[in-house]
Design a protein. Sequence first.
Length: 172
Amino acid sequence: MKHVHEDLIHAIVWYASRRGEKLTTLRLVKLLYLADLYNSRVNDGKTITGWPWAFVYFGPWCKEVNEAIETTVRDGLILAQEYPSKHDEDKDYHLYWLEDTDEEPKVIDALHTYVWSRVQWAIQKWADDTHGLLDYVYFETEPMIAAKPGALLDFGESRMPAVVKQIEMKKL
């Protein structure tokens, strides 16, 4: 997968668009982080992107993620629209989507089933819920739980979640 970063971004935006969702930059960045996290759980701490994620102001971020998103837009793999921020006059925010969602991106076949199914779950759950997504990323993902602000995130501690054993109930 020569262009794995752009292909992964395309796949995430494609799936969100199929569901009628447009992703903000913040949500897209966090979904890319989650794809790396889910991959690290099944591949001994190795991420898909190889990016040096760090704990910054809004959680996991690295400059490479913004560069990859810009490249993906410039290459025409996804669409972007810029809007002025309601909260900060000096900033704009972006929405990302696709118009044509008929053809599934090929990169999906190259992803581990667990990784893609969890990314789909995350999109279904938080494509329109920034607060919930940030809460999950900050407090329920292994690299962020023990991270200090400004520090690089360690995906080596990522583990598959334990399967909760179902409690057998007595019939009433």
